[in-house]
Design a protein around this ligand. Structure first.
Ligand code: PHE
Ligand code: FE
Length: 296
């Protein structure tokens, strides 16, 4: 699930006040389960040696290799025993306060629909493969699980501090960590962001392509940087470890950071700044060959 713009302002028919709906696991067709299995097999062929160790451990611990779209109730039981998290279904993107409240209470909101067979490679809305395969394995890691809950509390606090006005900065943090983050492990880069690990093409691009920048994570730097939602990223930010990501974000009082970021210019999407720790200075050749970027 991306924390992003949303269309609905009230829970739709059939949704609870907290916007959750039944997953409707019994209603999935054989063909829909087969789409999950195809996507799963494709990613499993790519991810060893590319995905962070914690992500791969999570797949095993949650037994996500079992065939078919996972049943959220069974998945939640396993996850609850490991880190106290649950997975609940929602009908698409939900309002920010609802999203934050679920995270703060260790409920991960997931779409229940699965992409069509002709959308295996790319779709913009988060489906059950992105949400469950992409996000849930790391929720089995105690450190990352704490980070996601802290993020939810941080979102509620940001709303208290400034209403909507600081959410842009928090969304960039989410984007460049939870959705598209890289981590250094044993001297090599590994992918952990859900948007990367759930995409075959981006699992390769994010690590191997010469086009994007790869830059050391810095909280204020990330909060100032534009991102794109419609194509491969032009920047990836590299954390030294999940412990360090959790430590920095929990120990930092974001109130003065929001004020400082709001007073500074936005960093253009592919710019490299003098203070950056540059792992890769990207050529941006891929981005330049594609027209019509949507920047957020
Ligand atoms: N420390 C942040 C604050 O003061 C909260 C937060 C923690 C946000 C972890 C994101 C991730 O608001
Ligand atoms: Fe997501």
């Amino acid at each position: 699930m991306a924390q992003d713009t949303h269309v609905l302002t009230r829970p739709p028919e059939g949704a609870g006040a907290d916007w959750t709906i039944p997953q409707g696991w019994d209603a999935y067709t054989t063909a829909e389960h087969a789409i999950w299995d195809t996507l799963y097999a494709r990613q499993l062929a790519l991810l060893p040696g590319r995905a962070s160790a914690a992500f791969l451990r999570g797949l095993d611990a949650l037994r996500l290799s079992e065939a078919g779209i996972p049943n959220f109730e069974e998945l939640s039981q396993r996850l609850m025993a490991l880190t106290g998290w649950q997975v609940v279904a929602v009908p698409g993107l939900v309002p920010d306060d609802v999203f934050f409240d679920h995270l703060a209470n260790r409920r991960f909101v997931a779409g229940n629909f699965i992409r069509r067979a002709d959308q295996l490679d790319y779709l913009e809305e988060p489906d059950v493969f992105h949400d469950v395969f992409g996000h849930v394995p790391l929720l089995a890691d105690p450190v990352f699980a704490d980070y996601m809950a802290a993020y939810g509390r941080g979102g509620l606090r940001a709303l208290d501090l400034g209403g909507e006005k600081y959410l842009k900065y928090l969304s960039r943090l989410y984007w460049y960590t939870v959705e598209f983050g890289l981590v250094e492990e044993g001297g090599a880069l590994r992918i952990y962001g859900s948007g990367i690990v759930s995409s075959g093409a981006e699992s390769v691009f994010a690590l191997d392509d010469g086009s994007p920048n790869r830059i050391g994570f810095d909280l204020e730097r990330v909060m100032r940087t534009e991102y794109r939602i419609d194509d491969f990223q032009q920047n990836y930010f590299v954390i030294p470890s999940f412990d360090e990501l959790l430590r920095v974000t929990v120990e930092t009082d974001f109130a003065p950071v929001y004020a400082a970021v709001a007073a500074q210019d936005t960093i253009r999407i592919a710019d490299i700044l003098p203070g950056d720790r540059v792992f890769t200075r990207g050529t941006q050749a891929y981005a330049q060959a594609r027209a019509g970027a949507k920047l957020v």
